[in-house]
Ligand binder design. Structure first.
Ligand SMILES: Nc1ncnc2c1ncn2[C@@H]1O[C@H](COP(=O)(O)OP(=O)(O)OP(=O)(O)O)[C@@H](O)[C@H]1O
Ligand SMILES: [Mg+2]
Length: 248
């Protein structure tokens, strides 16, 4: 299948330090793709490049055949590239439902057109998403009062409510218990699979990677070491050497 995302020769430096050397990666429509590698490999930098959050990025990023490399995050979001974002302090005093509504407005890029019909649709959609992420009974609670796990659920809901065609996740379950982590990633994978959407995620928990990902890219020191199915990656000697020798 034609790739939904095709990164070509992506390079990014922080001053004299080259964080991404020459990353090329194709991700087919509907694939769940994991990005793994030791600390400092450049995984977060790559995700941030794709999300339009960094300046001075070299190379091409084709999303549905359009080069979107120079676009800012809001323009990428409108084209269908979504990501989780940490809930900022200003939003902590708002309710769970209000945060979801705000995320929907931002993703749609339609601030002004608040007809009663669109408003009603947004409320319906937000309620439906609360059920999906398991927060249906917390709709009226302030975000500040949520547990870490529930806040993560909300962040997922906020990322999914805009119906991104490509969802970028950078260690979405960091800090969660193993059980919660699997539950949440199962939910996200199921949701994206049923809608044919694409996922690119960074994850340190190799069990989650093996279960969720259809293909895996291993990055080391700003370059791609290997790409393959989870089974191929697990059997790859070079990858093994990096993980055993790299003090991951
Ligand atoms: N803003 C920055 N300024 C300078 N160097 C940076 C900056 N951000 C990241 N780096 C460096 O770039 C390299 C890649 O960092 P990055 O955060 O992308 O790695 P990572 O693979 O996500 O690691 P981790 O698994 O620890 O999250 C690291 O050496 C890091 O120190
Ligand atoms: Mg990182």
């Amino acid at each position: 299948m034609a790739p939904i995302l095709s990164a070509r020769h992506i390079r990014k430096s922080y001053g004299a330090f080259v964080a991404l050397r020459d990353i090329s990666l194709d991700i087919p429509h509907g694939e769940r793709h994991a990005l793994i590698g030791p600390n400092g490999a450049g995984k977060s930098t790559f995700i941030a490049c794709l999300a339009g959050q960094l300046s001075g990025v070299e190379g091409q990023m084709l999303f549905k055949d359009e080069n979107v490399a120079a676009l800012p995050p809001a323009a990428l979001a409108r084209r269908g590239i979504g990501r989780t974002f940490q809930i900022s302090r200003a939003f902590l005093q708002m309710t769970v439902l209000e945060n979801l509504m705000a995320a929907h407005v931002i993703a749609s890029g339609r601030w002004a057109a608040l007809s009663r019909r669109i408003y009603g649709e947004r409320i319906d959609r937000a309620h439906e998403m609360l059920v999906t992420v398991g927060l249906a009974d917390r709709a009226r609670d302030r975000v500040a009062d949520l547990s870490l796990g529930d806040r993560k659920r909300l962040e997922f809901g906020m990322a999914l409510v805009g119906e991104p065609e490509l969802l970028l996740l950078d260690e979405p379950t960091a800090g969660m218990s193993i059980k919660e982590r699997h539950g949440l990633m199962d939910m996200v994978a199921e949701r994206l699979a049923s809608e044919g959407r694409t996922l690119l995620f960074v994850e340190h928990d190799i069990d989650v990677v093996m279960k969720i990902a259809q293909r895996v890219t291993v990055m080391v020191r700003g370059a791609v070491l290997a790409v393959g199915t989870p089974e191929e990656i697990a059997a790859n000697d070079e990858v093994q050497a990096v993980y055993l020798g790299g003090g991951h």
